[in-house]
Design a protein around this ligand. Sequence first.
Ligand code: ZN
Length: 287
Amino acid sequence: MDEIVKAISDDGFVSVSVISSRALVERARAIHNTTPVVTAALGRTLSAASIIGSALKKSGASLTVRINGGGPAGNIIAVSDNEGNVRGFVQNPAADLPKNALGKLDVGGVVGVNGTLSVIKDFGEKEPYSGATRLVSGEIAEDFAAYFASSEQVPTACAFGVLVDRDRSVLAAGGYIVQLLPGASDGVIDSVELNVAATGAVTDVLNNGGAEALLSSVMAGFSPRVIERSNVEYRCTCSRERFRNALLSLDKAELDDMRLKGEPVEVSCQFCEAVHVYDVAELVETS
Ligand code: ZN
């Protein structure tokens, strides 16, 4: 089962959130039938959104990440609830590219770098908070680090990885976000950088020891204290009623047109495989 583990260093200057997200990324892959490189792009984005969403304390709050880099994958959307349960989609799930010069999935290439990463935090009241930053590489982790530095002014290191098997299923997925709290000394910063470098590929660490091993590696020497542990999953919030309401909010001329045709109206969810079918008689305001 996928999980998020959060910890803080003994001295209180370093906080870390680690996610093991193999099952939720595999679910996203199965729903959207993504190519391996798009699975990696979407999986990294979902993993990041899950961690950031899980930090929104307010019940009912949600977080939306939108990445539009202009690459062959098109726009990537990930939405998390306040517990880190996520859903997402990508505009062109069949986009594909050869491996990059390092022999890795070319996530930066398929995402593109000509655009922005935007984060919207909706607390269900007033205007949602929204921040955006220009993409750095399209490799996702670097882009999130840049977002935190520029939009939230928090020094952040993060890494996300997705390992795809020969049959295209997801073997391992996850990552971490490490943040420095105000007052952290240069020594602390250097140690975090060394830990990040020594940790290497997150999917290797996750495969060998899960979220716990990843946390220990990133927080080596900091005597981390676990403060929260929670299970997360791929979860869509769509429902028949919700889609019906969306249909009812369409343009009046469009609705009249549907009623005139008299044929059942079919709506498919962008986030999951649900298809909702409505009889025209249902598309009449009841209240
Ligand atoms: Zn759905």
